[in-house]
Design a protein around this ligand. Structure first.
Ligand SMILES: O=C(O)CCC(=O)C(=O)O
Length: 274
């Protein structure tokens, strides 16, 4: 049985798959070569100049818990969705055979691209992230969905590396705060009284590394206190048989990056207008 499973693996070792299953995340050092990540970074900088938006970032009562009032007023986030629609380099990145083969080892044999999202934290006040699950942004029926953070810069706590609540993916989807005290909508996050970033483990990473994690993983990150930008691109991959129920890019079929899309009884083909 173990041998049969081993024979089907593409990229990861048994230990790496076990680590992911147990902890909910997996650090893949040096997945992109120096040349590949340089090309991706150049194209990303062009996208930041040409297409990305700079805004105060995520809204909600968490901001005043994570930041002093004066910092909160200045804190910014640079973001862009679906980078692979803007540069060939990013199309190549999201279909990279080592990356997609690794994801197939975690949720395969079939893997569908769901989205890509840039999060660049500008120097000194670049936006922290409150504790949350990515499930709250794009709800899916089960846990067969992996987010991957592609690192364009070295990270540690000083520039806001990713931090995980070890093993928290095993608790499944959780209720998030989605309204401000006045009833207006805010960005989904977990209640700050119940979930503390201090309880999480930091996962510092190098340029070219990928950190993969479960859609149910509870995570967050600190503010960028350095004088350099911190650029990370998140790539979401799912089992095509894991239906999306709400949220970002709901109803949009993605590219198949590994294997094939199985058909359920009577399932219609995709229309030509999506
Ligand atoms: O970019 C970060 O520091 C955190 C990003 C994050 O929480 C996410 O992509 O879900």
């Amino acid at each position: 049985m173990a041998e049969a499973a081993l024979a089907q693996r593409n990229v990861l070792t048994e230990q790496q798959v076990d680590f992911y299953d147990q902890h909910g995340y997996l650090h893949l050092p040096g997945l992109f070569s120096t040349d590949e990540i340089a090309r991706m970074a150049n194209e990303l900088d062009w996208q930041i100049d040409t297409w990305a938006g700079k805004s105060p970032g995520w809204s909600g009562p968490w901001r005043r818990v994570y930041m002093a009032a004066e910092v909160e007023r200045r804190s910014k986030l640079i973001a862009l969705h679906d980078l692979h629609r803007y540069s060939k380099a990013w199309c190549d990145a999201v279909t990279h055979p080592v990356l997609t083969g690794a994801i197939a080892d975690l949720i395969g044999p079939n893997v569908e691209l769901h989205h890509t999202t840039l999060h660049a934290k500008p120097p000194e006040t670049g936006h922290p992230f409150p504790m949350h699950q990515d499930w709250a942004f794009y709800q899916h029926a089960n846990g067969r969905y992996v987010d991957c953070l592609v690192h364009l810069d070295d990270t540690d706590d000083s520039n806001g590396c990713i931090r995980f609540l070890d093993g928290s993916h095993r608790g499944g989807a959780r209720q998030h705060v989605v309204r401000n005290p006045d009833g207006s909508p805010c960005t989904p996050h977990l209640p700050t009284d119940d979930w503390n970033l201090e309880d999480t483990v930091p996962v510092p990473a190098k340029r070219g590394d990928v950190v993969a994690f479960s859609i149910h993983m509870i995570h967050g990150s600190r503010i960028n206190t350095t004088d350099a930008v911190r650029r990370i691109v998140r790539v979401g991959y799912r089992d095509p048989e894991n239906p999306q129920t709400a949220g970002q890019s709901h109803g949009r079929p993605g590219l198949m990056v590994w294997g094939r899309r199985p058909r359920t009884d009577g399932q219609p083909v995709f229309g030509t207008n999506v």
